[in-house]
Design a protein around this ligand. Structure first.
Ligand SMILES: *Cc1c(COP(=O)(O)O)cnc(C)c1O
Length: 237
C-alpha cells in the first residue's frame, strides 16, 4: 500500500511539474511520518524513498536511532529553543526556524557538535494568530539577524497556508511565498551557492503549490493514510 502510494504520488508530482513547465527533479518529496510507526517508515525505505519529515522530537529520536543511517530527516514541527540541541543532533534540515533565538540556539549547539545544518525560515504567510512562523514582512529582518551565525545555512522558506477545503484558496499564499523568496534571494539573504528551497504543499494542496514554485512538498496522509488511529494499529505489516 505504502509503496503503491509513493509511486503514485511521485508520478503525480512529476506530472504537476511538467504541466507548468518545470522539471520533475526540481520538486523533492518529504514523506511526513508523524504518528507513523517505524515499520511503515521502513516500508517506504524498502520502496526506495529516503527523505522524511517529523514533527515531534521524541518520536523522531526513536525513529532516527533506528533508521537514520538509511534515511534523511527534516524537522517540520514547532521548535522550542530549549530543545534545540536534540534538533541540532538529529536532523539534516530544520524547516521551522522563525526567530533569531531559535537560530542562535541551534547554531551554538551545532558548533559544539561540529556539525552543519541547513535551515528554512517558516513564514506565517496568512498572518494567522494560531500559527508559528515569521510575519511575512519580518522575514527579511530575521534572515539579516541570523546570516552570520556559524554552522547554519538559511537556504529557503517554508509555509503552511490557512486551512481550506479548496486547494485553490491556497494559491495566492503560495504565490506570495514565491515572490517573497525571489525578493529575499535578490537581496542575497540566503546562503551563497545553495539551491533556494521553497517548502510548501501537503496532501490536499500540493498540485497548486508545485504550480506556484514549491521545491519541497511535505506529504503524509496521501502516503501513509489517515493519522486518526494509533500507528501500531494503522500500519500492521
Ligand atoms: C502533518 C504535516 C504535513 C503533512 O500533512 P498531510 O496533510 O498529512 O499531507 C506537512 N507539513 C507539516 C508541517 C505537517 O505538520
Amino acid at each position: 500500500m505504502i509503496a503503491a502510494n509513493l509511486t503514485h504520488i511521485k508520478e503525480h508530482i512529476g506530472q504537476c511539474a511538467l504541466a507548468c513547465g518545470r522539471s520533475p527533479q526540481e520538486v523533492q518529496l518529504v514523506a511526513v511520518t508523524k504518528n507513523v510507526a517505524a515499520s511503515a517508515v521502513r516500508e517506504a525505505i524498502a520502496a526506495g524513498h529516503h527523505l522524511f519529515g517529523e514533527n515531534y522530537l521524541q518520536e523522531a529520536q526513536q525513529k532516527i536511532a533506528e533508521l537514520g543511517k538509511e534515511a534523511s530527516f527534516h524537522f517540520i514541527g514547532h521548535l522550542q529553543s530549549n530543545k534545540a540541541k536534540i534538533a541540532a543532533e538529529l536532523f539534516d534540515v530544520v524547516e521551522t526556524v522563525d526567530s533569531l533565538k531559535i537560530a542562535a540556539a541551534l547554531s551554538r549547539h551545532l558548533v559544539g557538535l561540529q556539525r552543519n545544518l541547513k535551515i528554512l525560515i517558516q513564514v506565517n504567510i496568512g498572518a494567522e494568530e494560531s500559527k508559528s512562523g515569521t510575519h511575512p514582512e519580518a522575514t527579511e529582518q530575521v534572515l539579516r539577524e541570523i546570516r552570520d551565525l556559524p554552522n547554519i545555512k538559511a537556504v529557503g522558506l517554508m509555509t503552511i497556508p490557512p486551512m481550506s477545503s479548496d486547494m485553490e484558496d491556497a494559491r495566492p499564499y503560495f504565490r506570495k511565498m514565491r515572490e517573497l523568496a525571489d525578493h529575499l534571494s535578490s537581496l542575497e539573504l540566503f546562503a551563497a551557492g545553495e539551491k533556494i528551497e521553497l517548502s510548501m504543499g501537503m496532501s490536499d494542496d500540493y498540485p497548486v503549490a508545485i504550480a506556484e514554485g514549491a521545491t519541497i512538498v511535505r506529504i503524509g496522509t496521501a502516503i501513509f493514510g489517515p493519522r486518526s488511529i494509533a500507528p501500531t494499529l494503522a500500519h500492521k505489516p
